[in-house]
Design a protein around this ligand. Structure first.
Ligand SMILES: *Cc1c(COP(=O)(O)O)cnc(C)c1O
Length: 507
C-alpha cells in the first residue's frame, strides 16, 4: 500500500493517506504514485454513470489504501447537496447565432460549489479525505494545522471546506491588494473557531515559497509536535486536492456521450486556464487513466511563464510579475509542473531533483530536447494579455450570449488561437470561476456603466445579461469583516505558530 513517494527520490515511500496527511514530501518534492496509469478506467459505460459513480471509481484507483466505504462516504459528503447543480460540473454547449465550422466548443462549468470557483470540487473533498487519515486508534494522535497560500480562490474554498472541522485548524495567507474585492471579502468574513486569515505584503509566489519553507522548518515542526500539532497543505501540491479534479474530466466525457456529441473512444481536447498547473495536470492524470484526450491546451494570462516553457523548454521565473484581472493565474512558480516532469521523464527523480534545485538557486532550468518533445505531444499552449482577456469576455457574450469570468476568458482567447487537432471530436473549455467573483472587470469588458462599488457592479451585470449572482457572493455585502491581520513575508512563520497556539488550544 506504500504507493506514494517524492518526485525527487524513491528513498521513502508512504500510503496515500500519509501523503494526504503530510501534504508535501520531506525532501520538498511532491507525492506521486508509479501505479498511475497501470490500470485504466473503462470509458464505454461512462454515459450511464453519475458524477458520484465516476468519483468513486477514480478515487479508489488513485487512493488504494482507503476502503470503498470510506471513499463512498467522502464522495457523498463532498458532493451531495453542496453544489448548485445535480451534475456537480455541468457541461454546456456554446451556441452561436450561426453554426461555426467544425462544431462549437463546450464549457465545463466548475464553479457551482459553495465559493463559486473550481477549487471547491477538490476542497469539498480534501477535508473528508484528511479526516480519515488518522491511525487505527479512535482519537487521532495529533491536530492538523492547514497552512495555505492563495492567489485568490484556494483560500476561500479551503476555509469553506475546513471551517470547524474536528481536530483541524486552518491558516490562509493571501497577497494583500492583489486579489479582487469580492475574493478578499469572501476570506475576511469567514466564520469558524479554527480559522485564521492574513494578508501578506508580497505576491502569491512570495507567500507560496514561504509556506513551503515553513513546511520544511524542522525546528518549528519539533516545537509544534510537542504540542501535538502537525502542519499540512491544502494547496494543489497535496495529492488529496489533485485526485478529485481528475473526476470532472471523465464527467465531461460522460456528458459529451449523453449529448450525442461524441461516441465512446472518440478523442477530445480540453483547454484549461492555468496558474499552478494543478487543474491541467489532473487532465493529464485522466489521460493516463485511459480517457481519450488528444491534447491538453494550457492557457495562461500575461504571466506567461508556462507558455514560454512549453514552447522553448526553458523555465525562467526571473521576469516581471504582473498583477492582472485574472489574479488566480498570476503565478510564476507553477508547483505542479514538477509532477508532469516526473511522469513525462518516466519517473527520473534525479533529473527532477536537479531541475528543481536549479529553479530554487538560479531561478531557471532547461529540459532536454527529447523531454520537451514528449511534453509537446500532450500539451499545447497559448496566452492572453489583459486587453485580449477583456475582448474575449466581450466577444463570448456577443457571439454566444454567455458570460465568462477573466480566467475562463484566457482559455476562450487561447481556443481561438490554437487550431483544433483534426482527430479531436470535441473541444471543452474549463470554466474555473463564476463571473460574479470579478464583477467589475466583467462589467467593464461588456462596455457597461461601472459603479464604484463591486456589489453595484453585480447588479449592473445581472440586469444587462439576465443572469443571477450566486447568493453566497451577493450576501457578502452585509457580512461582517472578522479578519484584518497583515504581515510581511518574514512574519509568516511566527504567525502560523501563534495560530497553532490560539486555534488548536492546549492539549
Ligand atoms: C486556481 C485558479 C486557476 C488556476 O488553477 P491551477 O490549478 O492553479 O492551474 C484558474 N482559474 C481560477 C478561477 C482559479 O481559482
Amino acid at each position: 500500500m506504500n504507493s506514494y513517494h517524492s518526485t525527487r527520490s524513491r528513498a521513502v515511500s508512504c500510503t496515500a493517506k500519509e501523503a494526504i496527511r503530510t501534504g508535501i514530501a520531506p525532501d520538498g518534492g511532491l507525492f506521486v504514485s508509479d501505479a498511475l496509469g497501470s490500470e485504466k478506467l473503462d470509458v464505454t459505460g461512462l454515459a450511464e454513470q453519475s458524477y458520484a459513480d465516476i468519483a468513486n471509481s477514480v478515487l479508489q484507483l488513485l487512493l488504494p489504501d482507503y476502503t470503498a466505504d470510506e471513499i463512498a462516504a467522502c464522495v457523498h459528503e463532498a458532493y451531495d447537496g453542496t453544489f448548485a447543480s445535480a451534475e456537480v460540473t455541468p457541461l454546456v454547449p456554446l451556441v452561436g447565432h450561426e453554426a461555426d465550422e467544425g462544431g462549437q466548443p463546450f464549457v465545463l462549468e466548475l464553479f457551482h460549489g459553495p465559493t463559486s470557483a473550481f477549487k471547491d470540487v477538490a476542497l469539498q473533498m480534501l477535508p473528508r479525505l484528511m479526516a480519515r487519515t488518522g491511525s487505527a486508534s479512535d482519537t487521532p494522535a495529533e491536530s492538523i494545522m492547514i497552512v495555505t497560500a492563495t492567489s485568490g480562490d484556494t483560500g476561500k474554498a479551503a476555509l469553506a471546506g475546513f471551517a470547524d472541522a474536528a481536530g483541524t485548524g486552518i491558516t490562509v495567507f493571501y497577497p494583500e491588494g492583489k486579489v479582487s474585492r469580492v475574493q478578499e471579502l469572501q476570506m475576511t468574513t469567514q466564520t469558524g473557531g479554527n480559522v485564521s486569515v492574513c494578508g501578506v505584503r508580497g505576491n502569491f509566489d512570495d507567500a507560496q515559497s514561504t509556506v513551503k519553507r515553513i513546511f520544511a522548518d524542522r525546528e518549528l515542526a519539533e516545537r509544534l509536535a510537542e504540542r501535538g500539532v502537525v502542519l499540512s497543505s491544502a494547496n494543489s501540491i497535496n495529492v488529496g486536492r489533485l485526485v478529485p479534479q481528475v473526476v470532472y474530466y471523465f464527467a465531461a466525457y460522460a456528458q459529451l456521450l449523453r449529448a450525442g456529441a461524441i461516441e465512446a473512444g472518440d478523442e477530445v481536447e480540453f483547454c484549461v486556464p492555468t496558474g499552478n498547473f494543478g487543474d491541467v495536470l489532473a487532465g493529464y492524470y485522466a489521460k493516463l487513466l485511459g480517457l481519450p484526450v488528444e491534447k491538453l491546451i494550457v492557457a495562461s494570462d500575461k504571466n506567461n511563464v508556462l507558455y514560454d516553457f512549453l514552447t522553448t523548454g526553458v523555465y525562467d521565473r526571473k521576469r516581471p510579475f504582473f498583477t492582472t484581472i485574472s489574479p488566480s493565474m498570476d503565478i510564476l512558480i507553477s508547483s505542479n509542473l514538477e509532477r508532469m516532469l516526473y511522469y513525462l521523464s518516466d519517473g527520473d527523480c534525479e533529473l527532477v531533483a536537479s531541475l528543481m534545485e536549479q529553479l530554487a538557486h538560479e531561478g531557471r532550468y532547461e529540459v532536454p530536447a527529447e523531454l520537451l518533445a514528449r511534453i509537446q505531444e500532450v500539451f499545447a499552449c497559448g496566452w492572453a494579455d489583459e486587453d485580449e482577456v477583456r475582448a474575449a469576455i466581450g466577444s463570448c457574450w456577443r457571439d454566444h450570449r454567455y458570460v465568462i469570468d477573466p480566467h475562463t476568458a484566457c482559455g476562450y482567447h487561447v481556443l481561438g488561437q490554437v487550431p483544433a487537432v483534426p482527430a479531436a471530436r470535441a473541444r471543452v473549455l474549463l470554466s474555473t470561476a463564476s463571473p460574479y467573483k470579478f464583477p467589475r472587470a466583467v462589467a467593464e469588458s461588456l462596455g457597461l456603466d461601472v459603479p464604484a462599488d463591486d456589489f453595484a457592479c453585480m447588479e449592473v451585470l445581472a440586469k444587462a445579461t439576465g443572469t443571477t449572482p450566486p447568493v453566497q457572493l451577493a450576501t457578502l455585502r452585509q457580512a461582517a469583516v472578522l479578519h484584518d491581520d497583515v504581515v510581511d513575508v518574514d512574519g509568516m512563520a511566527s504567525y502560523v505558530e501563534h495560530a497553532c497556539h490560539a486555534k488548536l488550544g492546549q492539549r
